[in-house]
Design a protein around this ligand. Sequence first.
Ligand code: DI6
Ligand code: FE
Length: 409
Amino acid sequence: MGGANGKSGLRVWRNARLATMADGVAVLGIVEKGAIAARDGLIVYAGAEADMPASAGQGAETVDCEGRWITPGLIDCHTHLVYAGNRANEFEMRLAGATYEEVARAGGGIVSSVKSLREASEDELVAQTLPRLDALMAEGVTTVEVKSGYGLDLDNEKKSLRAARRLANERPVTVRTTCLAAHALPPEAHGGKDAFIDLVAGTILPDVAAEKLADAVDGFCEGIAFSPEQMARVFDKAKALGLPVKLHADQLSNLHGAALAASYGALSADHLEYTDEAGAAAMAKAGTVATILPGAYYFIRETKKPPVELFRRHGVKMAVATDSNPGTSPLTSLLLTMNMAATLFGLTVDECLAGVTREAARALGLLDKAGTLESGKSADLAIWDIERPAELVYRMGFNPLHARIWRGQ
Ligand code: DI6
Ligand code: FE
């Protein structure tokens, strides 16, 4: 790492305005006339240019940012990026009046993506996923979480997770993988949800863990998916295997998934449209991040909004992510996602920007390595042609990214 940056792998970005997003300091952690120094892919200084120790800049290759803004590289902490084909046909059905749940019950929905994914080779999956990853990266994404969940048997879940891991060999980006085997019931299970949970907990998770294919375990707790009791069995196994958990919770109804996730110390609970105050309080107590997914809310024309005010009142941290998936959120723009979170749910600019940086890192258990511009963290930067940070949230369909730096390069 860093050979291209001169002998010491040292690089400095100067004459920049920083939104460090550091926790605790004034909202965005703004530094006018700032500079960042990185050595071997790690930040060694981020702050006022005038205060930068001479040692930090000595012998460095220097980039003049000409007054541009630098934020942490963006983090998309909830995606189902690895899938095959698309579901534009179901979109047309829904335009003709069917609901997402009706489409799912009619054998469409997640199960139709399962069929497509099972037919695709691992190479095909990687090839079909890369354009989506490229779209995210073109807007400054430097870390992306990718879930399985369209395989729903041992071989196809592992194929999905291997394809996700391979994305990091194909592109300069950090990939975190999540095993979402408990996403939906595959057709061969013939309605046997408990037997399928036996397969997930008894076979799929232990095998995936043994091959180190997943960094976390997720599930879909919903009437059309799995009950809280079934999810608890999945989480018990994840815990026994030493894997952190997350949950698709309270998206279409209130099964008290947020509280369930919190009771397992989940990194995050995601969606949360139907979460109640007890759920928010439990999340706050457990330090479970609320991942807000406005793309799915928008795309399925949900009308119940997540209880943002409750999250604020209880001090629950909020992340913002695309939920990029073929059924409910065919969205590959984290900038547009921030606009939706602000416009649809009333998040502030500061909450949106924290949601795709610091809080997204927290939701992935990566806050010690990414998500803010601070010494010791990975030098993952997004450099923007903007006059003020609010522009990143305000525009729709415009990309002001000037440069994207991953691990100092
Ligand atoms: N909730 C969602 O919005 C996605 N998965 C989930 O658990 C939907 C995935 C799909 O429809 O393909
Ligand atoms: Fe999702």
